[in-house]
Each structure stands twice: as C-alpha cells, then as structure tokens.
Design a protein around this ligand. Structure first.
Ligand code: 57M
Length: 358
C-alpha cells in the first residue's frame, strides 16, 4: 500500500523514488514485520491464554510437562505481522507475490484446522495425516499449475554446481514441485519440537532465499551468476524480508523458555512457503542444502519408523525426530537449539557459495 501510495509521488518529490527499489522495501518489510510482532506479541499471548489455546503435551517423550498449557497457534501472530508488512511494502500488482501469499494462507489454513481440532475440539490427533497431506497437495497443485504457465517460468531443473545440466521435466515438473512444497512444509513441522528450533532455521532459510529470488529477478545479476532469469520474481524478496522480520519477532517470544509455540498453523505455512519460494526461483535442489537441518530431522523419522517396522520394534535413535534423541541423551534443550541454529547458518553459507561455484 505504501508502495502504491508513495511511489507515484516520486514524479514531484524525488525522495519517493526510493520506493522503487526492492532492496529498500525488503529491509523495511523486515523491520515492520519485526515491529508488528513485538508490539502485538504480549497482548496476543495474553489473549491465547485467556481463551485457553494452550498446548497439550504427550506423555511418552522427553519431559516437556512443564510446557503444558503454553499458548500455541503463534503462527497467527507470524501471519499477521508477515502479511501486514507485505501489504504495506509489496507491489500488489505482482502475480508472483500473490501466489506466495496464497501458499502461506492455504498451508496455514490446513494447519489452523489441525490446531483447532486439537485445542478446541480436544481431538488429540487433530487432522489425520492423509487429510493434512490432501489439503497441502491441493493448495500446492493449484499454485504450481498457475506458476508453470506464467511468462518467463520454465519447467527446467537447475542443478547446483553444474550450470550446463538443465533437464526439462515438462509435465513431471508439477508433481516434483508439489513434492518440494509438501515435503518442506512437513519437514518444518517435524522440526518444531523445541523452543526456537524451527523458527531459527526458517529465518536463516528466508534470508538466504531473499538473495536467491532477488538475483533471479535481476537480469544482469542472473546472467552474471548464470542462473535462471525470471522477470518479476524479484518482488518476492519483500515477502522473504517480511518472513525474516516476522520470524525474528516470533523468536523473541518463542526463545527458550518459550512463552508461545507456533502450532501447525505456523509450521505448515512457513515450510510450504519456503518450498514454494525455492520452486519460484528454480533453486529446488538448493533447498536441500539451505534447509539441510529440516531434511536431516525428516530422514531421522523415516529411518526410525522404517527400522521400527522392519525389526519388529527396535530403534536406531532413542527417539525421532533427531532433537528428541539428543534430549533423551541428556543434552540440555538450549544447547541442542543453538547447535542446530549454528548448523543451519553453516548450511546456508554452503548454499550461497553455489552461486559462484558453477
Ligand atoms: C509435531 N509437535 C511437537 C507445537 C508446535 C511420525 C512422527 C515422528 C510425528 C511426530 C510429530 O507428530 N511431529 C509433528 C511435533 C509439539 O509441538 C506442537 O506442535 C507444533 C508443531 N506442529 O508449534 O504447537 C511439542 O513440541 C514441543 N515444542 C517445544 N517448543 C516449541 O517451540 O518444546 C514445540 C514447539 C510441544 C512441546 O512439547 O507439545 C511434538 O513433538 O509433539 N511425532 C513425534 O515427534 C513423536 N515421536 C515419536 O513418536 N517417535 C517414535 C517413532 C517411532 C515415530 C520413536 O522415535 O520412537 C514425539 N513427540 C512427542 N513426544 N511430543 C513422541 C514423544
């Protein structure tokens, strides 16, 4: 809105020219989202407490009983600050930006229904895994079908480190992109089991992808770095900036010991968006590196469940996902969290290095 209101004034006052720049608007989108969540946070947490939207804690895992009743559905706070900021600073005529907003809302809705059933209807399991998967797939199918028909977008798959390998997946690109989005959404969800464990790496991933989408939408930089050039995609940098700000604002309250959890409404929407943004800037394979921590957590679950079934009840880890394994080994929660953050920053640096290693 600010962009639409103030940029036209640049014809009379050159100072408003600055609204043209994606970099300027992304930085202010970050700061605005951060400010909104820090200002709204305490009232929102108080309200969740009042309406008794507290977390139910499972008995069978590491000792988290002291966390029982912690307000959850913090994803709503993330959504309000993120989208509020995007509406202020984004170019609302940009179709890529709207697709990203739609992914956030669509995946968020699936998570919201799940949280609602668990908390309000007291159905401990919430939505069944199949229903959740169906909801995520429908949202992903909708946006990917639109995306592949947008001008400038291709169904080629870019391979990190090898600039000449670009197989065209044609129609197979659609299920592939859906897999990336749904996989990312569930991977963030699985990781969200300790204070700040998911939101920290989400912020790191969003910051990293801010750079990827920016260069993908910039003709000279894209040519120089020999990556895909997709006109218009650069505007999604504003969304990434707001995601970093909203994430940091949420972390303010979710940091150990957490005053609020994000709930599925937060984890599914943020994960789905990261997957979609990777698809948008044609860095789907890079997501495996940037979001390596989410990948490792997911693989730990796949291995554990697979081995558990095949061996008739034996386990590889003390408990999956991996963070529970370390908890049960006696590593303090805050140490696990900070170490996982360090790993996610290192992985993001490796991913960024692929821009020059081609
Ligand atoms: C949700 N949710 C947290 C909070 C958060 C297939 C299986 C591996 C699935 C997995 C699972 O259900 N994972 C997804 C994980 C829960 O957090 C809520 O859920 C939202 C995210 N969806 O925002 O609202 C608990 O996590 C803790 N938490 C924090 N701080 C935070 O900032 O401490 C969350 C956010 C919260 C709180 O205690 O209540 C969760 O873990 O439930 N299932 C599991 O992870 C289970 N693992 C398991 O059963 N492993 C088995 C194998 C065979 C699959 C094994 O290894 O033997 C464990 N989950 C729990 N206890 N809680 C089992 C033990």
């Amino acid at each position: 809105m600010l962009y639409h209101l103030l940029y036209p004034l640049s014809q009379d006052y050159t100072v408003f020219n600055v609204f043209r720049y994606i970099t300027f608007r992304s930085i202010y989108a970050l700061l605005t989202a951060l400010l909104i969540s820090i200002v709204l946070g305490p009232k929102f947490i108080e309200w969740l407490r009042k309406i008794k939207f507290g977390q139910y804690i499972q008995e069978d895992g590491p000792k988290h009983q002291n966390k029982a009743g912690t307000p959850t559905m913090g994803g709503l706070l993330i959504g309000a600050s993120l989208l509020g900021s995007v509406f202020l600073w984004g170019d609302l005529t940009n179709k890529f930006l709207w697709l990203t907003i739609f992914v956030f809302l669509g995946f968020g809705l699936v998570g919201f229904v799940d949280d609602y059933l668990k908390i309000v209807k007291k159905q401990n399991k919430g939505l069944s895994a199949q229903t959740k998967f169906l909801g995520q797939t429908i949202v992903a199918l909708g946006v990917v079908s639109i995306l592949v028909n947008m001008p400038g977008y291709t169904t080629e798959l870019l391979v990190p480190f090898f600039k000449d390998i670009r197989p065209d997946l044609y129609l197979f690109y659609i299920p592939f992109a859906i897999f990336v989005m749904v996989g990312a959404s569930n991977a963030v969800n699985l990781t969200d089991g300790l204070d700040g464990l998911a939101i920290g790496p989400v912020v790191v991933c969003a910051a990293c992808f801010a750079l990827f989408v920016y260069v993908t939408g910039h003709s000279q930089l894209a040519r120089y770095l020999q990556i895909a050039y997709i006109p218009g995609v650069g505007e999604v940098t504003v969304f990434c900036g707001a995601m970093v700000g909203a994430g940091l604002g949420f972390l303010w309250f979710n940091a150990y010991p957490a005053q609020i959890f994000m709930g599925d409404v937060g984890s599914l929407s943020l994960g789905g968006c990261l997957g979609f943004i990777a698809v948008l800037c044609k860095q789907e394979l890079i997501l495996v590196i940037v979001g390596g921590l989410f990948v490792v957590e997911t693989i730990s679950v796949i291995l554990q469940v697979g081995y558990f079934k095949l061996s008739g009840g034996k386990r590889i880890f003390r408990m999956a996902p991996l963070h529970h394994h370390f908890e049960l080994k006696g590593v303090p929660e805050s140490k696990i969290i900070v170490r996982f953050w360090i790993l996610s920053i290192l992985l993001a640096l490796v991913a960024l290095s692929t821009l020059k290693l081609r």
